[in-house]
Design a protein around this ligand. Structure first.
Ligand code: ATP
Ligand code: MG
Length: 354
């Protein structure tokens, strides 16, 4: 039987009062997390991600609401009474303890037998490929190595839930990607339910089974990376997850799930479940990579033309609007320069009505 349980967050709210100012950091958040799921809380600075995580860990008491792990409401338990482990942005290692003692600290507090501690630490050092570092002090290690130790320290507790608060944001870009992939691999091997806070959308896409997008203390969309990227439910999310052109359109005809939409004078058949009426003005999301070249439908003046290796990035101006266009695998294709005119069409199969 799986030792991990459903986590059910119900109407969680946290109101801070400081300097006579009242801040609703988390506003009536509800979320269901399945055993073994990897969830990312993603959103701009100040949207309540850390506060939500700290309530899960027990470092912050909710103003109202419940956190069920299985059938038990843990919302009012102190951190040591919860079966959660947290990995912090700044590693939070004990500077005066070596790697071995840092990792074994929690087990010592639990008064586990010495032999058990030794074998568990050795096993986790092996998993993390840190066997050679057991007697190093934190100050003698790089950021990436320290973060590995902090991950090992969380994993060794065999907790039910792993919590991460931007654990990779102090690392350089390459190492961040490496560690991100390592975290995902480990998490899948162990099958541990994980909740990960980030404001890096690429990280959220790479790690998550489900992305939870937050804004102003509220959840505004939940879905798999594919769902959120392809069907964002607002212009804010479309622009927050990846790059997006948001163009205005007018509904011309409705044929069940196919809507005929006029955009820049051309008609597109867009698949959409959205309830609209003929004549409605709508916003349509079109990703820069979903634009077709050499189609004589629209013509725009090139105002940006940058070769990025895997893609050539353009911006074109048309009817006083700027459209971002990304030409992937540009090798051997004609390069348009600034002030050239570029002909293109939108790929209707990749368009999404908000
Ligand atoms: N102890 C506190 N006292 C007062 N206000 C707080 C406290 N902690 C957080 N806040 C406020 O609550 C809101 C949410 O903060 P939180 O740290 O959860 O945001 P975040 O999404 O983690 O942001 P970031 O991406 O910058 O880390 C912010 O407006 C913040 O100023
Ligand atoms: Mg935060």
């Amino acid at each position: 039987m799986c030792r991990f349980k459903n986590v059910s967050i119900k109407n969680l709210t946290k109101i801070f009062t400081s300097d006579k100012k009242i801040v609703t950091a988390v506003d009536n958040v509800s979320l269901e997390i399945k055993p073994g799921e990897f969830i990312c809380l993603l959103g701009p600075s100040g949207c309540g991600k850390t506060t939500t995580l700290r309530m899960l860990a027990g470092f912050e008491m909710p103003t109202s609401g419940n956190i069920f792990v299985g059938d038990e409401d843990i919302a009012s338990l102190t951190p040591d009474k919860r079966n959660t482990a947290m990995v912090f942005q700044n590693y939070a290692l004990f500077p005066h303890l070596n790697v071995y003692d840092n990792i074994s600290y929690g087990l010592k507090i639990q008064k586990r037998p010495k032999e058990e501690i030794k074998s568990r630490v050795e096993k986790i050092l092996e998993i993390m490929k840190m066997e050679d570092f057991a007697y190093r002090m934190p100050a003698q290690m790089s950021g990436g190595q320290q973060q590995r130790v902090s991950l090992a320290r969380a994993l060794i507790m065999n907790s039910e839930i792993l919590l991460f608060d931007e654990p990779l944001s102090n690392l350089d870009a390459k190492l961040r990607i490496h560690m991100r992939d390592e975290i995902r691999k480990l998490q899948q091997e162990i099958g541990i339910t994980s909740i990960y806070v980030t404001h890096d959308q690429a990280e959220a896409m790479a790690l998550s089974d489900k992305i939870v997008i937050m804004k102003d203390g509220k959840i505004i969309q939940v879905g798999s990376p594919i769902e959120i990227y392809q069907n964002p439910n607002s212009a804010f999310i479309a622009k927050f997850i990846g790059r997006a052109n948001i163009v205005k359109g007018k509904i011309i005809e409705i044929m069940e799930n196919i809507k005929k939409v006029e955009i820049f004078g051309s008609i597109y058949n867009i698949e959409s479940e959205k309830i609209v009426e003929v004549g409605d003005q709508v916003e349509v999301v079109i990703r820069p990579e979903s634009i077709l070249f050499n189609k004589d439908v629209h013509k725009g003046k090139v105002i940006k033309s940058i070769f990025m290796g895997e893609a050539h990035e353009y911006e074109v101006e048309m009817n006083n609007e700027v459209i971002e266009i990304s030409l992937h695998s540009p090798r051997g294709k004609k390069v348009e320069k600034i002030n050239d005119y570029l002909s293109f069409a939108f790929d209707s199969s990749a368009m999404h009505i908000i």
